[in-house]
Design a protein around this ligand. Structure first.
Ligand code: HEC
Length: 428
């Protein structure tokens, strides 16, 4: 009886979560990406890792091997990924799960189109890239010294990285579950897909977090029953930490931080990538079946809502990271003439000052099949100029719409001509 009851809770938990977080009806259905239209397995990637491999093979780039950290630091440098992006996760997942513990967390690093996982002493680096057409592509790189390092595409990763939790496409996972002292997760206590909509207090079960956040609470830095009990009696027991020194020895890691702002950007980004991959696939399939994308309208609207952070969980207190990730990230631009950028942070009420994802500059967006890209740009223009007054976008004030419109006009290449002209019913 008790077991039935537990099962019911799991199902209800999942269903309730899915409804609250739904992007569009059917967002978690698996897409047949092995079949002909997408042909995921048979199509070679042209993403950043595939391109780096060609440069290595041609002798244009030489990675340096370090006896302790292997290829990690050299690879980060070759891909221009900052060590400040490091986040630390100790819940036991991945093909190398037995090596991940609260004493030896997995370090994740990321930029706009690559994610890298490093575990101390593990035989391989785990890497996912965003190919502009294929979406998430997964590789391992053996941690042994050789003149010709090889990234090996590994479809075993899809056992976890292509599921309802990644929008039914090969993609990225960020979760938040309570764990025991070994890092083994407790499946009934969590959120299986964290993104910018996830309430602050539900985030970071299984992760270390360095940063301050006032009275707001989160689940980071806690493992084992005793710690969670303490946190119940004393909110923010192990919250607001600016150093992990007392919790874990990070000798040999690229950085002693698991920066709170890096975590928040990572969570926004991972779901964005899954969503845009789903749009790529669905558009290709719709075009080959019907030669139009009219049936994909609600998916497009869902994507615009995500792009514009309309359902972002509000911050309840000012937040700050510890690694300097925010300054690094904001400095990447591009900026308009007035110095404004979509990478500028707010960190008081919300993540970004101008809530339109910086990933609008990504190759994955620019390479969307034309009918979808044109449709999204048309709708985005209607929203930002105030011609669209639908309640879905009502969270965006006229000033915010105007600012985003001006920033995009000056910084986004290849916008259709009607974007350039001053609009008739401007948002002011
Ligand atoms: C047993 C399930 C599982 C398998 C198999 C797995 N992963 Fe993951 N992976 C996860 C989970 C879950 C996360 C999210 C972080 C966490 O909660 O540990 C993750 C996160 C990642 C990340 C960080 C960003 C992202 O893409 O989500 C990378 C990179 C990654 N995995 C690479 C790989 C590679 C490469 C393989 C195959 C060699 C692989 N993983 C196999 C479960 C798995």
């Amino acid at each position: 009886m008790a077991i039935w009851w537990m099962g019911w809770l799991v199902v209800m938990g999942t269903v309730a979560g899915a409804v609250a977080q739904a992007d569009f009806q059917g967002a978690t259905h698996m897409v047949p990406f092995e079949e002909d239209t997408i042909s995921y397995n048979k199509t070679p990637s042209t993403g950043p890792i595939a391109r780096l491999q060609s440069r290595i093979d041609r002798g244009e780039v030489k990675l340096k091997y370090d006896p302790k950290s292997g290829w990690r630091d050299s690879l980060l440098e070759a891909l221009a990924i900052s060590p400040k992006s490091q986040t630390l996760v100790f819940s036991k997942t991945s093909l190398q799960r037995e090596r991940i513990t609260p004493a030896t967390p997995r370090a994740l690093f990321f930029n706009d189109d690559v994610y890298i996982g490093w575990i101390p002493g593990a035989p391989v680096l785990e890497i996912s890239e965003v190919d502009a057409k294929l979406g998430g592509v997964f590789y391992t790189l053996e941690q042994t010294e050789t003149a010709q390092p090889k990234f090996v595409r590994n479809n075993q990763c899809l056992e976890c990285h292509a599921s309802a939790k990644t929008m039914g496409v090969p993609g990225h996972l960020i979760r938040s579950f309570k764990t025991d002292d070994q890092g083994i997760i407790d499946l009934i206590t969590g959120v299986s897909e964290v993104n910018h909509r996830t309430p602050f207090e539900d985030r970071w079960g299984g992760w270390y977090v360095t940063g301050t956040h006032g009275k707001a609470t989160h689940r980071g830095n806690l493992h084992g029953k005793a710690a969670f009990q303490m946190a119940e009696e004393k909110p923010n027991f192990l919250g607001n930490l600016t150093s992990l020194k007392k919790l874990v020895d990070l000798e040999g890691y690229a950085s002693p931080h698991s920066d709170l702002v890096a975590l928040m950007v990572l969570e926004h980004e991972a779901h964005f990538h899954n969503f845009i991959t789903r749009l790529h696939y669905e558009t290709q399939m719709a075009m080959s079946r019907y030669q139009h994308i009219r049936y994909l309208r609600s998916m497009g609207e869902g994507f615009l809502k995500y792009l514009l952070f309309t359902e972002e969980a509000p911050l309840k207190a000012r937040v700050k990271g510890t690694a300097g990730f925010a300054d690094h990230f904001a400095s990447l631009g591009p900026k308009d003439r007035r110095g404004r950028s979509l990478r500028q942070f707010d960190l008081e009420a919300r993540l970004f000052k101008y809530p339109c994802s910086f990933l609008i500059y990504s190759e994955a967006f620019d390479m969307l099949p034309r009918p979808m890209r044109e449709h999204l740009l048309q709708r985005l223009h209607e929203i930002l100029t105030g011609q669209d007054t639908s309640p879905e976008f009502a969270t965006l004030s006229p000033e915010t719409r105007r600012a985003i419109l001006e920033i995009l006009r000056e910084t986004k290449l290849n916008l259709p001509d009607y974007w350039r002209a001053e609009s008739v019913s401007g948002a002011r």
